[in-house]
Design a protein around this ligand. Structure first.
Ligand code: RB5
Length: 156
């Protein structure tokens, strides 16, 4: 597990991935992580953006070192989350990508599509994601450039 990081995770989903979120919460708790569920709390149709923003803000402000976001495809959540400074959200549905998202990209939000991956694959992806450390080195310089670019672009 990531010994260098606090073992707490913020999680959010929309209605399309509500069932998966409930199962993922249990799974992550069993791995001895604390988890803060920011919703949604029912299957009533809502906007993924609102929940994606909450998780991304918590990670961007460093209130949580890592977050998990779930929606139907994961696409809306990943687009939303990656608007936030310091957030590196990785939408993954295979083990190689999830591992590399940690090793090379230091992903701090894992995004899964509840209509794309089944429960077992989701659990496997999360476990690998939590267990894989960032390689650092040349990859650190690269991820630092991402936020440099955000600052330059936002200054116009
Ligand atoms: C909801 O129907 C769906 O659009 C949402 O879960 C997600 O897939 C958006 O990217």
């Amino acid at each position: 597990m990531n010994k260098d990081k606090e073992r707490k995770i913020v999680i959010g989903s929309d209605h399309a991935a509500f069932d998966l979120k409930e199962k993922v919460k249990k799974f992550v708790l069993e791995l001895n992580y604390k988890i803060n569920d920011i919703g949604t709390f029912t299957k009533e149709s809502i906007n993924y953006v609102d929940f994606g923003k909450k998780v991304a803000q918590a990670v961007s402000k460093k209130e949580y070192p890592m977050g998990i976001l779930l929606c139907g495809t994961g696409i809306g959540m990943s687009i939303t989350a990656n608007r936030f400074s310091g957030v590196r959200a990785a939408l993954c549905s295979d083990i190689f990508s999830v591992k590399m998202s940690r090793k090379h990209n230091d992903s701090n939000i894992l995004v899964l599509g509840g209509r794309v991956v089944g429960d077992i694959l989701a659990f496997e992806l999360i476990k690998v994601w939590l267990e894989t450390p960032f390689d650092g080195g040349r990859h650190l310089k690269r991820i630092m450039k991402i936020d440099d670019s955000i600052k330059v672009f936002s200054q116009g």
